[in-house]
Design a protein around this ligand. Structure first.
Ligand code: GLN
Length: 454
């Protein structure tokens, strides 16, 4: 099958399903098909790599030259990027096809995709359920086979949690492995782009394209390139799986706990052993995150002033009024909540009490993992404490929404790699995700562990 035919099929499916699922904000058939034809020429001339000609959906947080890049916000609803993000450049260079820009929570703030200016995404397993967030459009697109693969970003769980809730695989790499250049900034010390796909094998092929040094991101790591697919077939005999005592507590739903226990029983059959480890500061991670992430967001989002690009209020009295009205009209409620929290914790008199304190606790959370990895190779647990919740169920209760990320957030605070893979089904037949956390740069090992189970 040619890339043109393959791309045509996925476009046909996307067009048919998007009215119901709302996974894509932008579909541009002509541009996708032109890329597919160019990929076919590349294949014909013998220059093809494993992903040449393969359609990949891009989360609408990645700048894509000539395409609308909205970040799920009214603020960027008119923004056509003049340049490509590093990740997009990488996919273009190997001849992958951009199959569309996926829906997301506004500025990646959310766990259900309900904060998007473009309306919520539906979970393809049950359209009364949320797909998770913030990369809910990408997760839905892959789960509904509207795209074979997609990119996501993960600041506190936004790749892993929607992957879990939609029954697909997703990987948040070690902080600094994938360049943030051209990825709209939310909380820069936590943000990391990564792949979302059906299987660990597909994630490995995508990570091979996405990872690598980029001088335009000051936190990009200079490392020898690796082949993340190299260890997929390695047997798991002797693998030590750490099970944190703090994860299997009463807050976790029985159905999720059962699915995770079943997955771990499978790992025993594959020759792995389990050891109990402790992450005593786990309970601090959500409160620490909700000081640090809003602090960074309030600073990052100050650039949206209606002057150089993005939304500008149609009527205003003077410059200050223009700033105020553009931001008041351009940002949604959750984004405003984060800006207010962030401005508060950074303000004079509160900075030491909140921001500095949270930075210290962040270190403790990271040290917990360092201790745990002395006793095990990977850590496992549930990705999310519950299966997908219903649309509308948590949107009016921010604290409930924030607790959706109780298991994923600590990994971002520590800068570690984490992934979610499908592990059966829980209540109402909705998917459960198994969370696998590795030490820094253990992506190849984690993909091996995931692939052996799949
Ligand atoms: N749900 C978390 C938040 O709203 C994480 C989002 C993310 O990882 N981008 O901040």
């Amino acid at each position: 099958i040619s890339s043109t035919e393959l791309t045509g099929e996925f476009l046909k499916r996307s067009r048919a399903l998007n009215a119901d699922y709302n996974a894509f904000i932008t579909i541009d058939e002509e541009t996708s098909l032109a890329q597919a034809r160019a990929a076919d020429a590349m294949i014909a001339s013998g220059q093809a790599g494993p992903l040449t000609g393969i359609p990949v959906a891009q989360k609408d947080i990645f700048c894509t030259k000539g395409w609308l890049t909205t970040c799920g916000s009214k603020m960027l609803s008119n923004f056509v990027s003049p340049y490509d993000a590093h990740v997009v450049e990488r996919f273009n260079a190997i001849g992958a096809v951009n199959i569309g820009k996926t829906n997301m929570d506004e500025f990646a703030m959310g766990s259900s995709n309900e904060t998007s200016f473009y309306g919520p995404v539906k979970n393809p397993w049950d359209i009364t359920a949320v797909p998770g967030g913030s990369s809910g459009g990408s997760a839905c697109a892959v789960a509904a086979r509207m795209a074979p693969a997609a990119t996501g970003t993960d600041t506190g769980g936004s790749i892993r949690q929607p992957a879990a809730l939609c029954g697909i695989s997703g990987l948040k790499p070690t902080y600094g492995l994938v360049s943030r250049y051209g990825m709209v900034a939310f909380a820069s010390s936590l943000d990391q782009g990564g792949p979302m796909a059906k299987s660990a094998e597909d994630l490995a092929l995508m990570l091979n394209v996405m990872a690598g040094f980029d001088a335009r991101d000051s936190t990009s790591l200079m490392r020898e390139p690796e082949d993340y697919a190299r260890d997929l077939e390695r047997p798991l005999e002797g693998l030590r799986i750490g099970l944190p005592r703090e994860y299997f507590v009463k807050e976790i739903n029985d159905d999720v706990a059962r699915a995770v226990e079943n997955a771990i029983a499978e790992y025993h059959k594959l020759g792995a052993e389990t050891v109990e480890v402790s992450l005593p500061n786990t309970k601090l991670s959500v409160p620490v995150y909700y000081v640090l992430a809003p602090a960074e967001a309030s600073s990052n989002l100050s650039r949206f002033d209606g002057v150089r690009y993005g939304y500008r209020a149609p009527e205003y009295a003077d410059l200050n009024d223009m700033y105020c009205k553009s931001r008041a009209q351009g940002f949604g409620a959750e984004v405003k909540r984060r800006i207010l929290i962030g401005t508060y914790v950074l303000s004079h008199g509160y900075y030491d009490a909140y921001y500095v304190q949270a930075q210290k606790l962040r270190r403790l959370v990271a040290q917990d993992f360092a201790e745990a990895f002395k006793q095990c190779d990977v850590i496992m647990g549930p990705t999310s404490p519950t299966v997908a919740f219903d649309l509308g169920e948590r949107i009016s209760d921010p604290v409930q929404m924030y607790l959706s990320d109780a298991y994923t957030i600590a990994v971002n605070l520590a800068g570690l790699p984490g992934m979610s893979i499908p592990a059966g089904f829980g209540n109402k037949g909705r998917p459960v995700g198994l969370h696998i956390v590795g030490n820094y740069f253990a992506e190849a090992k984690m993909l091996n562990v995931a692939h052996q189970y799949q």
